[in-house]
Design a protein around this ligand. Structure first.
Ligand code: NAD
Length: 480
């Protein structure tokens, strides 16, 4: 790709921006594309267009909006291969992982198409009152123009989780992709442009956080910001949004646990530990980077985990037998290596990994890394590393494991592995996390919520909660 791609789509038109950003392939460190990106002026124009379009779009029926969402899902299905290739080359994730992302995007648009279609029947529902003198009805109305700000680790998926419910609700949108990974979203935007959505309903402004994200969060006309990213930026978004009392939904960091109970199937536990730690090269807010193992199983588990982790094929995302790809960029690569070094200095014991694979001269690759004996007050144990790094610790009782898992500023997800279903369910109920998997990989359905306790989130995405995030509640009461 040599031409500069237009990274600004406003009022149904592709536009050049004010600056050009380079997009890198993290597996080769070479330039993948150049994207012309926007600034504050583009944000203002995008919000202008969205505000104009809102008058009509907010009055469309759920059935009409559902039909358009189905077209977007169909467009993504037809372009599945192209989207996968863009995602793998821009993000460094193996092609099979990119396929899971695209399938999730399709499923999310289809789910919210159904949700939108069901809205019409529920609108103006009567509310039972304890009085014959008055009658009341309930309306759910779109909250207005919304700003969607997304990160680089699951860019298309995060976009779909915000965009599909926002459109289903009848909101008009300004989307800001990550400046690191705009390519798949640009392709998704082309699909949306061809779907027949009225001009101005969907607008996209690529660019940096300061040039685009910050003015979007500050714009008085934007009713709501839905943000996924780091806690540090989440705080800044909240501060800006506070000035105009904007609603915010935040999906932030995590430090989640996988609990291997005393009766666990060890092969399953090892597979789930590797999936929770090394999928997307560990760059997951939902990474179960704390692995808590019943002390009766610990030695055997560590032996098997080490063998499995050392056998994971780290390679170019397009290699046939690749199991783990590259980290996103040089900054993240160095950050993770810094954490690995600091972990050793803090007294943790490195079981395996901790360095780049010897056979890969270029690209931001790090071998799957496992630590034991990690001090409870270390950064490795408490902070989100966002790389392929697991910390394993043993426990004597389930209650001790629950306490260790809950001892965190975050509370996004957790996994439990155990044969006795009742015990596993009891442990799941005691964990402070928005989603708990039992004996299951990190499967996500549009029907179940995404988000967590404590500093991991404000609000929930997906399911009816994802839609409600973009709706206002209105009651109309009249005298009979
Ligand atoms: P980031 O916070 O650096 O950036 C996220 C987005 O915010 C990007 O589009 C960025 O350009 C924009 N941004 C940056 N500064 C801004 C500002 N001042 N105002 C408005 N927008 C601004 O995060 P990242 O490095 O892209 O992604 C990694 C982080 O995302 C991790 O901390 C991870 O835990 C989190 N994450 C959370 C979830 C979840 O669902 N909870 C999912 C994925 C990623």
């Amino acid at each position: 790709m040599n031409a500069v791609l237009n990274g600004v789509y406003i009022d149904g038109e592709w536009r050049a921006g004010h600056d050009v950003l380079e997009v890198i392939n993290p597996a080769t460190e070479s330039r993948l594309a150049q994207v012309s990106v926007g600034d504050m002026a583009a944000v203002t124009q995008a919000v202008d267009a969205a505000s104009r379009a809102f008058a009509g779009w907010s009055k469309s029926t759920g059935r009409e909006r559902g039909a358009l969402l189905r077209k977007i899902a169909q467009g993504a299905r037809e372009q599945r291969e192209a989207l996968m290739h863009l995602q793998s080359s821009n993000n460094g994730k193996p092609l099979f992982e990119a396929g899971i992302d695209v399938d999730d995007v399709i499923a999310t648009f289809e789910y919210y198409a159904g949700v939108a279609e069901d809205l019409d029947a529920g609108q103006d529902r009567p509310v039972a009152l304890p009085s014959d003198e008055f009658s009341a009805r309930l309306r759910r109305e779109p909250c207005g123009v919304v700003g969607l700000i997304v990160p680089w680790n699951f860019p298309m998926v995060t976009t779909a989780w915000k965009l599909a419910p926002a459109l289903a609700a009848g909101c008009c949108v300004v989307l800001k992709p990550s400046e690191v990974t705009p390519l798949a979203e640009l392709q998704l935007a082309r699909i949306i442009a061809e779907s027949g959505l009225p001009a101005g309903v969907f607008n996209l402004v690529c660019g940096t956080g300061l040039a685009v994200g910050a003015p979007l969060a500050a714009d008085r006309r934007v009713a709501k910001i839905s943000f996924t990213g780091s806690n540090a930026v989440g705080v800044q978004v909240m501060q800006r949004a506070a000035e105009t009392i904007k609603g915010v939904s935040l999906e932030l960091g995590g430090k989640s646990s996988l609990l291997v109970l005393a009766d666990a199937d060890l092969d399953l536990a090892v597979e789930l530990a590797c999936g929770g730690g090394f999928f997307n090269a560990g760059q997951m807010c939902s990474a179960t980077s704390r692995v808590l193992v019943a002390d009766t199983l610990a030695d055997e588990f560590l032996q098997r985990l080490r063998a499995r982790a050392e056998g994971i094929r780290v390679a170019d995302p397009f290699a046939e037998d690749v199991e783990m790809g590259a980290l996103i960029n040089r900054a993240q690569y160095q950050r993770v290596l810094g954490h690995i070094q600091r972990g050793i200095e803090d007294g943790a014991r490195l079981l395996c990994g901790g360095e780049r694979p010897a056979d890969l001269a270029r690209g931001y690759f790090i071998r799957p890394t496992v630590y034991t004996a990690v001090p409870l007050d270390s950064a490795l144990w408490n902070e989100e590393i966002f790389g392929p790094v697991l910390c394993v610790r043993s426990f004597a009782t389930d209650d001790e494991a629950i306490a260790l898992a809950n001892d965190s500023d975050f509370g996004l997800v957790a996994s439990v592995v155990g044969t006795d279903v009742e015990s596993a369910e009891r442990v799941a109920n005691a964990l402070q996390a928005g989603l708990v998997w039992i004996n299951a990989p990190q499967v996500i359905f549009p029907q179940t919520a995404w988000g967590g306790y404590k500093q991991s989130s404000i609000g929930r995405e997906l399911g009816p909660w994802g839609l409600a995030a973009f709706q206002e509640i209105k009651h109309v009461i009249r005298s009979n």
